[in-house]
Structures are given as C-alpha cells and as structure tokens.
Design a protein around this ligand. Sequence first.
Ligand code: A3P
Length: 296
Amino acid sequence: GGSSDRVEKYPLQQIRGVPMLSFVVENWHRIEGFKAFPGDVLIATYPKAGTTWVQEIVDLIVNEGDKEKCQRAPIYVRIPFIEMFPPPPFKSGIDLLEKMSPPRVIKTHLPIQFINQSFWDNNCKVIYVARNAKDSVVSYYHFDRMNKYEPEPGPWNEYIHKFMQGEVPFGSWYDHVKGFWEEKNKRNVLYLFYEDLKENLRNEVIKIVKFMDRSLSEDIINRIVELTTFSNMKDNPMANYTTIPDSVFDYSKSTFMRKGQVGDWKNHFSAEEAALFDKHYEEKMADCNIPFRCDP
Ligand code: A3P
C-alpha cells in the first residue's frame, strides 16, 4: 500500500510456511504433478542470483556456441520457468515444457524442499547459483520496483527487513542457499557463485561444460564467454527481458539487466543498515560456512 497505486495482482500466500506469489499457490497441483525426464537439467536459484546469466550459458553450451540458434526465442521460452503462470498471451512454464522434447533445461526458484521428486529420482543434473545476500537484496529491491507482478517493495529501509524476515516471494534467502548447500554432496548439484562468474567467467563456463558431460573446443568456449558478458547480454533482446511489455515491467523504474556488479550494496546500505544486516546474517548463517564474497 502506501505511496504506490500498484494493484497487487499476485499477493503473497504461503505454502508450507514459505511465501509465494499467489499464481504459484493456485497452480501448485500442476507443479507437484510435473514429471522430469532423465537428462533434464534444472537451473535452481533464489531470485536475482544470476539465473538468466547461467540460463544463457547453458543454452549456448547445449547449442555448442551457436549464436543464431540461441536467439531463436526469449530466454524464458528457451528455458521455461516451471512455476511461472502468467496471464495470456504468455504461456505457463509447464505448458511450454510439456511441448518440448526431453532432455530439457528448466528454471526454478523453488527452495529445495519443493523440488519435484522426479528430478532426484532421475538423477537429473541441478545447477544452483548463489549470490551474496547484500547484492541479492539490492537486486531484488530494484526488480520488485519494476516488476508489476511482484508485491510493491516499499521504501528501501523497510524492504531490507522484509528480506531479512523472508517476507518476499520464495521466502528466506538464508534458508534457500543453505538448503541446496547442505544437499549438494548427496545429490547431483553443482553449486556456483555469482561472484565467481564475475571474477572468472571462463573458469565457471568450463565447470558447467564438465558438469554437463560435454566437451567443447577452446574456440567455442571463448565464444560462449564473449556472448555472456554483461554488456553483450544487456544488448541481446533474447536475453535481456526487453520483450516483456511495459504493462508488466516498468522500465522507467529499472531495467532487468541493471548493473551486473559485485558490491553494488555499498551504494544502497547505510553504515547502520550494514551493521544490522551483518549481525542478523551471522545468526542466520552460524550453522554453515558457505564462502560468500561481498566485495569485487
Ligand atoms: P543486478 O540487478 O545487480 O544488475 P536473475 O537472472 O537471477 O534475475 O538475476 C538478475 C541479476 O543478474 C541482475 O543483477 C542482472 O544485471 C545480473 N546479470 C544478468 N546477466 C548478467 C551477466 N552476463 N553478467 C553479470 N550480471 C548479470
């Protein structure tokens, strides 16, 4: 509410204690009934971790660096988002997936306890991408400002608290990153960090190629690295989400490819906010040692 006149199209509703956009809850039976096939690859993330970046990398790997093929459709059509049920003319993630022949590449933001059992039963490869909490909350804030499907974020100093309490779509960042971290050695999960992709994209591309049991020439790897830099993806209409109409994305507020940096939190957090956030973080993350980095 407050200063905004945004109509909350999809207010938050809980599933087993986790807040979700209402269209996820309303279509839960279809998400639960979805069946993964052997060979399907799942890209799992908490929102704003670099999902689109890794989707583009994976599509280029599958298509052996073929730039034209990877411009066949927007990223959300090439790699459907399993729990997305938008109004027409867009198709739901599951409708798109049901028309694709396996093996498919699939996107999800669901926390690990909600990942459909068929992915685990079929030993599907799961690529998890995590991004440090402070840059994640900044990116999510700007995304919620521009995306009219999302609840109104309100002022920044209040939004930080919603994020810390997990009162945002897909729930707690802390639970999400920990859930996959704890399972990664028991299951077929490659756990990547946004900060590593920024530091050495080539290394991370090679890691993904190996995880997917592919082998690509140096030339193709170099091409994939070049095509997935921030500046090239920002200019690629099939990767940058400019195909979403402004009735959904308010481009006067932000772009989807916003900054693509590590450490942008420093331009948003006051010293007091950073201290408060860090103290809460220590408590939430005391039971694990995920090596997050917040500085470039
Ligand atoms: P910022 O808002 O910090 O710019 P997701 O795809 O999970 O929604 O994540 C979106 C975030 O990843 C945005 O972060 C976006 O700019 C960033 N991003 C997307 N492609 C990128 C790339 N090639 N290099 C660096 N950052 C990228």
